[in-house]
Design a protein around this ligand. Sequence first.
Ligand code: IPM
Ligand code: MG
Length: 355
Amino acid sequence: MKKTITVIPGDGIGQEVVAGALQVLEVIAKKFIHTFEYKKALAGGSALDATGIPLPEETLTYCKQSDAVLLGAVGGPKWDSNPQHLKPERALLGLRKELGLYANIRPAKIYSALVDASALKKEVVNGVDIIVVRELTGGLYFGKPSGFEKRNGEEVGFNTMIYSESEVRRIAKSAFEIARKRKKKVCSVDKANVLETSQLWRRVVIETAKDFSDIELSHMYVDNCSMQLIRNPKQFDVIVTENLFGDILSDEAAMLTGSIGMLASASLGGNVAMYEPVHGSAPDIAGQNKANPIATIASIAMMLKYSFNLSAESDAIENAIEKVLSKGFRTGDIYTEGTTLLGTKEIATKIVEFI
Ligand code: IPM
Ligand code: MG
């Protein structure tokens, strides 16, 4: 199989974790006889420095012409005080919107070797296997109007939380379809006791569920969900929720597994899907060979499965990650006493060896 992948390392640790992930992809190519061609592209802070804008047209064109997109991370203190349209994060939002990636799939599965790295008790986290399906192109992140203006003599900032029926229907469908291949449970998370968008959300999710009678649907308010994720995370299979709630809950779900450095994601819905770790650019450890590349490597596994239908290849990566962890190799974020501390490059190389 021959595929073209647009690679956007981005900023901070993005560079290092993407390098590790490509090393893994190359060994997959060799072992299973595929050809992956890479087109490097700029987005985020590195694009700002090189071109003056966070998401150059050329990057978008590359993405649209390729079979999948791999992104590291964007952002950093250097650009934090930039005006809104010149923030690195705009690149990410622009890519999601322009590529039509409305369904963000964020699995939070605990590796048994890592139960001790979680901040929660073993009994609570052992066996956790959740997928957060986050709506990614609507809600508060994109609702208009938004901005700043003067009202009654003082400055205000405002955003709009808005969802249309069709936006809710398609993400609900995605969640039900994913649940069908799992434990067939969907929990829709909203704030329907307060917000109109959530009331519409709940109504449309219930309507959509009529075509999925094999799925057990429940509803939960977002504040309760954030509590339940800590109290009893094993009650969840698939969680579907709007953009901002999903942003917050997926970080929380990530921490159940020990480290956000472990969590992969896929953004689907358009012609080309994008794969990225859930974590950010971690400027505090950038360039020090300390970052955990596993989230990005696991994102490659998702790419192989979701975009290229290469299950055996995807499983080979997942299994190698499991083995490396069960042999006690760790990066700093998941290090516990008695395990072996490795750098970004070294742990990626270990995964390559196990493949
Ligand atoms: C994420 C990140 C992004 C988001 C930021 C970097 C714009 O937190 O992918 O979860 O809020 O969506
Ligand atoms: Mg986030």
